[in-house]
Design a protein around this ligand. Structure first.
Ligand code: ADP
Ligand code: GLC
Length: 472
């Protein structure tokens, strides 16, 4: 049985800022379903510590990275069959807010040490030095935060293979080099042209890309884009140098959480055989946002981090057209202050046609998926994207730019694609409203979307094949 240790900062439902949490929660469980012994190492953030039941310490040390004590606990989180190792370092992780920044915004000033600690623990677990009862065949590192694990393994050469998954190359994990001496890593790793050095800074993602045995990203098209330098953020040459080891494996959907057949956030359930429940969800969504309920046009939704990558300025610019075309817009999102302000302004201007929730809300995200007709996701880059896949299962047709994982998952039978170089979002929205009038065609597209299967099984097998290939 293949043993795999996943390393991540986010794990749904306890710690989540985006799709990473959904993936790292679902993938180990999907691997377990196909016979892999999968475990996960996470920082002891408050929500994780609170949810962790009886857990046994497998390791304890004082003074590491300036912490009084650090323990590694082994246990289970509720409703999960795969075990976790929790890095219980209260001085670094027992903090309010999201994993990376203050509740008031702004990254924690000691993030270098915080995530070095996670990488160190992942590497030592992978080397079999922390839990004498278990060590993995493969260490699978997600995104830049735990990526120093590769550096900690670089000189030890334990018999473990490593996979580094890029969930978003726009977040490279860059730090000024002055605290490098505190990390306990060899000098050469951060010397000019070393695997950690990037224009005089330390770059966690670069270390992952250069030192892992295999590099993956979360869709085949994004793999191609980042190695062609389309969204490399300056790291494209580094990625290209590992081209032969880069593979794109599409994310899956956890239909246990995202399916209108049994979604407990909804006023009623529905399925492709009977979609009347969707009308009830739409009424509730409109009611929640005090939107007019006598509008015949479609309800467009946005459920997203609000930033430039997601192309939400395009939505801001297209909203007047959307309203003029007889449609409505519901936005559930948070992020960039200017975009938040712009959406708030639009809501004030069109109170009966535009509803806005600024902030993170799991229940509203589900209600919007069910109550909407079409999801707007005009991302400029999208490594994979999960919301377009969730939307399909709820019969809400995705409207996407044809990039990254969106290009791999949305076609004209089950959604709408465009390229902002040739078509404006306003034009696409008018087209969608037009198609929505054709009830037979719309219903057909809904049925196609709802019946597609983006479950985790085939992606879990793809990862398993990769692990087995590495094990030889
Ligand atoms: P990304 O990881 O780039 O943000 P994904 O589409 O992969 O994009 O995943 C986004 C995840 O975050 C989805 O689970 C989506 O429902 C969730 N999400 C985004 N914004 C919000 C919000 N404001 N409230 C609740 N969930 C949100
Ligand atoms: C990142 C990407 C998103 C992807 C998610 C999970 O946050 O922006 O496209 O779906 O990771 O892999």
């Amino acid at each position: 049985m293949t043993r795999v240790l996943h390393a991540t900062t986010e794990l749904f439902p306890w710690v989540k800022t985006g799709g990473l949490a959904d993936v790292t929660a679902a993938l180990p469980e999907a691997l377990a379903d196909i016979g892999v012994d999968a475990r996960t190492v996470v920082p002891g953030f408050p929500a994780i510590m609170a949810a962790l039941g009886d857990a046994s310490p497998v390791y304890e040390v004082a003074g590491l990275f300036g912490t009084a004590t650090m323990r590694v606990l082994h246990g289970f989180l509720p409703n999960r069959k795969t075990a976790v190792y929790v890095v219980d370092a209260p001085a670094l992780f027992q903090r309010p807010g999201n994993p990376y920044s203050h509740p008031t915004g702004g990254d924690w000033s000691d993030n270098l040490l915080r995530f070095a600690m996670l990488g160190w623990a992942a590497a030592k677990l992978a080397a079999g030095e922390l839990d004498r009862q278990w060590r993995p065949d493969v260490l699978h590192v997600h995104d830049w935060h735990p990526a120093l694990a590769h550096a900690y393994l670089a000189e030890a050469w334990p018999p473990v293979k490593t996979v580094f998954t890029i969930h978003n190359i726009d977040y490279p994990g860059r730090f000024p080099p002055h605290d490098y001496g505190r990390l306990g890593l060899a000098h050469w790793l951060a010397a000019p042209y070393g695997p950690l050095e990037f224009f005089g800074d330390l770059c966690f993602l670069k270390a992952g890309v250069l030192l892992a045995h295999r590099v993956t990203t979360v869709s085949p098209t994004y793999a191609e884009e980042i190695s062609l330098g389309k969204h490399g953020g300056g790291l494209d040459a580094i990625v290209r140098s590992r081209d032969d080891r880069l593979v794109g494996i599409l994310n899956g959907v956890d239909y246990g959480t995202w399916d209108p057949r049994h979604d407990t956030h909804l006023p009623t359930t529905y399925d492709p055989h009977d979609v009347t429940g969707k009308t009830i969800c739409k009424a509730q969504l409109r009611q929640h946002f005090a939107l007019a309920d006598d509008t015949a046009g479609p309800v467009f939704i946005v459920v997203s981090r609000l930033n430039w990558q997601k192309g939400l300025d395009l939505v801001v610019n297209a909203t007047e057209t959307l309203v003029a075309a007889g449609a409505q817009l519901v936005v559930v999102g948070s992020g960039d202050g200017h975009l938040e302000w712009q959406f708030r302004q639009l809501q004030q201007r069109f109170p009966r046609q535009v509803g806005v929730h600024l902030g993170y809300s799991e229940p509203l995200a589900h209600l919007a998926m069910a109550g909407g007709d079409a999801l707007l996701m005009p991302s400029r880059h999208e490594p994979c994207g999960l919301t377009q896949l969730y939307a399909k299962r709820y019969g809400t047709l995705p409207v996407v730019q044809s990039v990254g994982g969106l290009a791999d998952t949305v076609d004209h039978h089950s959604g709408f694609t465009f390229d902002e170089q040739f078509t404006s979002l306003s034009d696409v929205i008018q087209h969608v409203v037009h198609v929505h009038h054709d009830r037979t065609r719309w219903q057909q597209m809904m049925m196609t979307a709802m019946r597609q299967n983006f479950g985790w099984e085939s992606s879990a097998y793809a990862y398993l094949r990769l692990y087995q290939e590495l094990q030889g």
